[in-house]
Design a protein. Structure first.
Length: 227
């Protein structure tokens, strides 16, 4: 266990530099949902831009699936304004029905890509972190498939654990909202996160690190890590 764990800012900067996610002078679109992870990303990038010389703009997508989503994005927009980051949002309609998460993800990616082009940004940064990465690998195993994402998506939090994000938000009083659908057991990721990962962690406390190493090997060979 890390006695003095690096801060989320240190982990993000390390990922940006080591993986050459973007460079000085680049414009980066931060994908913001209003949740704890993406709000931490927004805050972290707003600080690192001054130290690393890139620019950041925030873009949010309201899928029209929850009545409270617009209010949650209002909170995100107010915070972005407070820390001096331009904020825009896309309001879309995703009809309820089968394969909802995949369809919502597809329209979200399209909206974020449109925002990237509009802002002449090099990449879209998401708040995908190490625990997410491990969950994605397990989901690929369960499904027997992989889902190829956008080539312009980058993940500054890829070396960070969920606990690092939680500590960062508490330390810096970063506001966020909680999407109740993230606890809905109808979705595979929810069950992987709440049931499978805890079980595997009991068998091997280092399982998340091991799964992330597998993901890194896949990335090195050019294979998609999926969501």
């Amino acid at each position: 266990m890390r006695s003095h764990p690096p801060t989320l800012l240190t982990l993000a900067r390390r990922a940006i530099e080591d993986q050459k996610l973007f460079e000085k002078g680049d414009v980066v679109v931060a994908a913001v949902s209003g949740g704890p992870d993406s709000m931490a990303l927004l805050h972290a990038l707003s600080i690192l831009r001054k130290k690393m010389g890139f620019e950041v703009v925030a873009h949010a997508v309201d899928h029209g699936l929850r009545k409270t989503a617009s209010l949650e994005l209002d909170v995100a927009e107010a915070f972005a304004k407070k820390i001096g980051v331009a904020f825009a949002r896309s309001s879309l309609t995703v009809a309820p029905g089968g394969n909802l998460q995949a369809r919502a993800r597809a329209v979200r990616h399209a909206a974020l890509e449109a925002a990237r082009v509009k802002n002449k940004a090099r990449v879209i940064a998401t708040a995908h972190h190490a625990d997410d990465r491990a969950e994605t690998i397990l989901m690929r195993i369960l499904r027997g498939t992989g889902v190829r994402g956008l080539g312009v998506l980058v993940r500054p939090f890829i070396f960070a654990r969920k606990v690092d994000i939680t500590l960062h938000n508490a330390r810096h009083a970063v506001p966020f909202s909680v999407d109740p659908s993230n606890a809905d057991p109808r979705f595979l990721r929810t069950r992987v996160r709440s049931e499978l990962v805890p079980l595997l962690s009991e068998l091997n406390p280092g399982v998340v690190d091991h799964l992330c190493n597998i993901a890194q090997e896949l990335s090195a060979t050019g294979a998609s890590e999926g969501e």
